[in-house]
Design a protein. Structure first.
Length: 134
């Protein structure tokens, strides 16, 4: 540097500042795009798929088939077994009350899953019919 020249920054220091400013702006833009993309996906997580609606509202109603018919009668005549002793692995037949209570619990859980589904214009009729069936 000579005595008469003003004290100005070099061209390289301007480039570094410009690059830093550009990188900072790009990071802000990328962060903003990620936030916007994330917000777009949140509403889609709130609605179950059509397959889920069908599985819970229609297919799970098959659990009721046989509840007051031949299927229940057969299960009461030849009950399932349950583990009586963890150490020995011994089993005992389930009592009739336990069989009925298990089926009621299963049906209650299925109904609760149906009630948790969000009602939409497309699902309103199928959910109402399924709830009425339970």
């Amino acid at each position: 540097m000579h005595l008469g020249e003003p004290n100005l920054p070099s061209k390289n220091s301007f480039r570094r500042r410009d690059n830093h400013h550009i990188n900072s702006e790009m990071k802000k833009s990328a962060s903003l795009l990620l936030v916007i993309a994330g917000c777009c996906f949140l509403p889609s997580c709130d609605t179950a798929t059509p397959e889920t609606y069908f599985d819970r509202a229609v297919l799970n109603s098959n659990l009721m088939h046989g509840f007051a018919g031949r299927g229940l009668q057969r299960e009461l005549e030849q009950p399932s077994v349950k583990l009586a002793d963890d150490n020995s692995g011994a089993t005992v037949p389930m009592k009739r009350k336990e069989i009925i209570d298990n089926q009621i619990t299963s049906l209650g859980a299925s109904l609760a899953k149906i009630r948790k589904l969000r009602e939409t214009e497309d699902s309103r009729d199928i959910l109402a019919a399924s709830i009425a069936l339970y």
